[in-house]
Design a protein around this ligand. Structure first.
Ligand code: NAD
Length: 318
C-alpha cells in the first residue's frame, strides 16, 4: 500500500478534446517516493495522505507509474427528473425508474389525482418522489425547478424530456399561436431543461438525457405540421447535445414512439384510430410501460449509445 504525498491537476485543451489527469508523488511502505500519474475519474476523491496502490502501465507515452486510490465504496444515489410525468408515458417512466432504485422528480404544470397516486405508489416501494412544478416552455420556471430538485433529491443523473402537447390542424387552419405553442412546449421545453440540467451533470461527472421525439418526426403526419416540426427539432437537438457533452460523460438519445395508449391517442377520432391500429403489424397500441422499459434501458445500460433516435412502434413505420 502507498500514500499520496502531493498532487496537482493537469489540463491540456486542444479543442475539441480535453485531456485531464493529475500528477503527484506517492510513498510506498518502505518510505520510497516516486512520481505518479492519477486518472481523471479519481479527481473528486483525491486527498493528501490517502492510501492506494501503485501500478506500472504502458501508455502512448511509454511506461508510467499510476497511483490508484483506495476509495470507500459509496452507494450511488440515483435521481431522475421526468417532465410531463403526472400521466401517460412520463408517469410510467417515473414508476419504472423508481422501481429500479431512482428517487424521482415528477414535473408537470399541475398535479392531478393520477400524479398524486403515482407519487404514493413510488413511496410504497421505498423511493422518494416529489412533484416539481414548472411549465417547461418557460426558462426561468425550469431553472428554479431544477435547482429545487437538486436541493431536495440531489444531483440529477437522468433527465427525461417527455412533456409534450399536440394541436392538430391542417396548415391552412393552423393559427400562428397553434404553431408557436406546440414548438414552445415540445422543442423549446427540451432545450430549456437540457440547458438547466447540463451544468449539474458536468459537475457530477456525467448523466443521461433521454428526449421524447416521435414517429411524427419521420412520417409526415397530416394535420401535425407543428408537432412534426417540433419533434424533428428534438431529434436534431439530441444529436447536437450528444456531440457537445459526450466529453463530460453525458449521453443523449431520443425515442420515437409510434402509437401509444395514452390520452394523446385516446383523443384521435375512433374511426381514424381504428384505421391507424390496422397499420400496426402487432394490431394494437403500445403501452406506456413498454416505452418506459426502453427509457430505463438507456438510463441504466446504454453506455455506448449516443445521439441516436430509437424507434418503438411495433413495425408501423419501417
Ligand atoms: P399525455 O398528454 O398523456 O402526457 C403529456 C404530459 O405533459 C401531461 O401530463 C401534460 O400535463 C404535460 N405537459 C404538457 N405541457 C407541459 C408543459 N408546458 N410543462 C410541463 N408539462 C407539460 O401524452 P403522452 O402520450 O404520455 O406523451 C408523452 C410524450 O410522448 C410527449 O412528448 C408526446 O409527444 C410523446 N409521444 C407520444 C406518443 C403517443 O402515441 N402517445 C407517440 C409519440 C410521441
Amino acid at each position: 500500500m502507498a500514500k499520496l504525498i502531493s498532487f496537482s491537476l493537469v489540463s491540456i485543451v486542444p479543442p475539441p478534446f480535453k485531456t485531464e489527469y493529475a500528477v503527484g508523488i506517492a510513498e510506498d511502505g518502505k518510505g520510497n517516493r516516486m512520481p505518479v500519474r492519477i486518472e481523471k475519474n479519481f479527481f473528486d476523491s483525491l486527498k493528501i495522505g490517502m492510501s492506494g496502490r501503485v501500478e506500472k502501465k504502458v501508455t502512448d507515452f511509454g511506461e508510467l507509474t499510476f497511483f490508484i486510490p483506495e476509495i470507500e465504496k459509496k452507494i450511488e444515489k440515483k435521481v431522475a427528473l421526468i417532465t410531463g410525468a403526472t400521466r401517460g408515458i412520463g408517469r410510467a417512466i417515473a414508476i419504472e425508474l423508481a422501481n429500479r432504485g431512482y428517487d424521482v422528480a415528477i414535473n408537470d404544470v399541475e398535479l392531478p389525482d393520477e400524479g398524486k397516486e403515482a407519487i404514493k405508489s413510488i413511496e410504497t416501494f421505498g423511493r422518494k418522489a416529489i412533484f416539481a412544478q414548472a411549465d417547461v416552455s418557460k426558462y426561468t420556471e425550469v431553472e428554479q425547478m431544477v435547482n429545487s430538485v437538486q436541493e431536495k433529491l440531489g444531483t440529477i443523473k437522468v433527465l427525461v424530456n417527455n412533456a409534450g402537447i399536440n394541436v392538430d390542424k391542417l396548415i391552412t387552419n393552423m393559427q400562428p399561436e397553434d404553431w408557436q405553442k406546440v414548438i414552445d412546449v415540445n422543442l423549446t421545453g427540451v432545450f430549456n431543461c437540457t440547458k438547466a440540467v447540463i451544468p449539474h451533470m458536468i459537475d457530477a461527472g456525467g448523466g443521461k438525457i433521454i428526449n421524447m421525439s416521435s414517429q411524427g418526426a419521420l412520417d409526415g403526419p397530416i394535420g401535425q405540421a407543428n408537432y412534426a416540426a417540433a419533434k424533428g427539432g428534438v431529434t436534431a437537438l439530441t444529436k447536437v447535445v450528444a456531440r457537445e457533452y459526450a466529453q463530460y460523460n453525458i449521453l443523449c438519445n431520443a425515442l420515437a414512439p409510434g402509437c401509444i395508449h395514452t390520452r394523446m391517442t385516446d383523443s384521435i377520432p375512433p374511426g381514424q384510430l381504428k384505421e391507424r391500429i390496422y397499420q400496426i403489424p402487432l394490431g394494437r397500441r403500445g403501452e406506456p410501460e413498454e416505452v418506459a422499459k426502453l427509457v430505463a434501458f438507456l438510463a441504466e445500460e446504454g453506455n455506448y449509445i449516443n445521439g441516436q433516435l430509437l424507434l418503438i412502434n411495433a413495425g408501423e413505420y419501417l
